[in-house]
Each structure stands twice: as C-alpha cells, then as structure tokens.
Design a protein around this ligand. Structure first.
Ligand code: PRT
Ligand code: ZN
Length: 284
C-alpha cells in the first residue's frame, strides 16, 4: 500500500485528484470529504493535508509520497526526492519592489528588508549572489508588507502579476519557476516503490496524451514524402490509400506546442481534410 499526501483544499487539490482519476484510480465516496481515503482499485491511500505539512509528513513516514508545489518542496525539505513534474499550478517566485523605488541591479537589494514566506529559498538566492539583506518571514499577504512599512521589498509567488500591480509593486528578479511535483521518501520499501512506479507510468501516459494530438489528413500521393518529413509521429505516419486515385490518408501524432506551425506547413504542401483529435493516453 502506498500512502500519498495531497492538498486538502487549494490550488493543487482538484488537478491532483483529476490526474488520479485519469490514471484510472477510483476512490470510495469520491474522497476529499474525509481526511483519508482508500482507492478501490489500486493499492493507494490518500491523506488530505495542508500543502505545507506534506513534506514533514513524508519525512516522518506518515506518508510515502505527496503532491506539492516545487516551492514548498524546496522550502520545507529538499532532502526528499522529486520524482515527477506534473506541469500544473505553474508560477514563479520573484523579488518585487515598490514602483517608486529605483532599481538597477541585484546589488540594490543589499541592506534591504525583504518580506517572504519562503526564507530558505530566499537565503540561498542571496548567498549565491553574495548579497546581504534582512529576511522578514511572514505567512500570507506578503504583498502588503512594503505598503505598511514592514519591509522594503518582497519575495513571493507570482502568477499573472495582477496581485503585485494592485499593491503598487513590480517584479524585478525571477528567482525560481515552480510547478506541481510528486515528491517521495528516498529509500522507500520495494513494494511501495513498485506501486509508485505504476502510478508514475500512468501519470506520464496521461500527460503525454494531453500534450499531443492525433492528426488525420488527406495528401496527394506526390506530396507524401514531404508531408511525412514534418509529421514525425510515434515512429512514422500511417499511410493508407483513399478510394480517390492519387490520394492517401495520413495519420500521425503532433505536439501541442508545434501545432499551428505544422498545420500551416501541411496546408502549403496541399494537405486537405485535416482533422486534429485529442489523445486520452499515450504509451510508448
Ligand atoms: O491551505 P494550504 O496551506 O494547503 O494552501 P496555500 O494557501 O498555502 O496554497 P495555495 O492553494 O494557494 O497554493 C498551492 C500552490 O499552488 C503554491 O504552493 C504554488 O506552488 C502554486 N501556485 C500557483 C500559487 C499560485 N499559482 C498563485 N498565484 N500559489 C499562490 N498564488 C498566490 C500568490 O501568492 C499571489 O498572492 O496567488 C496570488 C495571486 O497571484 P497573481 O500573480 O496571479 O495575482
Ligand atoms: Zn500552504
């Protein structure tokens, strides 16, 4: 049995449970209402906790693994193992200063008071850059600290940046990119490790599926070679003759990131009837 700790309620909760659902893992009573729930078709128990408590719970062996923001992992316990990046809850940790303050370089941070909920990550950044600043740790509402005279600048999570703007601040240094990650206890027992590997195998297939699209198109036969070059596929595209002479149907897989550029090139080469469909899971 693998015990995995998940945020009870917050930015990570829904997406984490959705990922488990897409991995085919079902829970009694839909989970979440309780503090703990057992999967009915997979050897896994979920503990619902505050995200900040998850690394500690893994370290003291109440849980074997957990899902947290990379920021929480680095702040609370980088002694645990980061086993998988999950691609959601993306944000960055940045230094932001009041609009009225002048700023030329990192050296301008020397001697300042910086408010943050992430003192450990900040201290490492200051040390790496040979900077001396005073860290003032506060939990929550960090962005109001300069306005009420608690600190000169802040170091906090930024996503869209609108919270900074509405507090008269602007971002001057990005220190870290963060996303949701699965963390685990190193030296886990063999049986638990195997269950975690099964979970990771499924999670990777789900993520790969969402990042890729299945594409079908009709191509004049004399263009198949050129079109094949821009449609890499899992091995190479499937080519099937159409009933109409001189034409074939090509099937392949393309990445979401390259999507529009590939479609434009295909059209230029004479492809017609292009269909793009989502992939639920992708196993290579
Ligand atoms: O109750 P619990 O302790 O479990 O939850 P929490 O309140 O500590 O965490 P939660 O749910 O807010 O965030 C969980 C994780 O989501 C964080 O640790 C980050 O890894 C990640 N994440 C992604 C974010 C954001 N985006 C984000 N925007 N966490 C917080 N924010 C905050 C940010 O601090 C800012 O004040 O949202 C505000 C708005 O951001 P802007 O830039 O979009 O305005
Ligand atoms: Zn928290």
């Amino acid at each position: 049995m693998l015990t995995i700790a998940v945020q009870r309620s917050g930015r990570l909760s829904e997406k984490t449970l959705q990922l488990f659902h897409e991995c085919g893992i079902q829970f009694e009573n839909g989970g979440k209402e309780k503090l703990m729930t057992k999967a009915s078709n997979f050897p896994m128990t979920i503990l619902f906790l505050r995200d900040d408590d998850i690394p500690g719970c893994i370290a003291d062996q109440s849980a074997d693994a957990g899902v947290v923001g990379e920021n929480v992992y680095l702040e609370k316990s980088d002694a645990l193992e980061l086993v998988e990046r999950l691609g959601f809850a993306r944000c960055r940790l940045s230094i932001a200063i009041p609009k009225s303050m002048s700023y030329q370089s990192l050296n301008d941070l020397n001697g300042l008071k910086i408010a943050t909920s992430y003192p450990r990550i900040l201290q490492k950044f200051l040390d790496k850059n040979n900077l001396q600043a005073e860290i003032h740790e506060i939990n929550g509402s960090v962005e109001i600290a300069p306005g009420i005279g608690l600190a000169d600048v802040i170091f906090d999570i930024v996503s869209t940046g609108s919270t900074l703007i509405s507090n008269g601040l602007h971002e001057v240094e990005k220190v870290l990119n963060s996303e949701a990650v699965i963390i685990a206890r190193p030296n886990m027992e063999k049986e638990k490790k195997q269950i975690l590997e099964r979970l990771l195998f499924r999670a990777r297939a789900v993520r790969k599926g969402t990042r890729n699209k299945y594409i079908l198109l009709n191509s004049p036969n004399d263009k198949i070679e050129e079109i094949t070059k821009i449609l890499p596929g899992m091995k190479s595209p499937t080519v099937m003759p159409l009933a109409m002479p001189g034409w074939s149907s090509l099937h392949s897989v393309i990445q979401e990131d390259d999507f529009w550029e590939i479609i434009e090139s295909l059209k230029k080469l004479g492809a017609e009837g292009i269909l793009v469909v989502p992939i639920e899971k992708m196993i290579q």
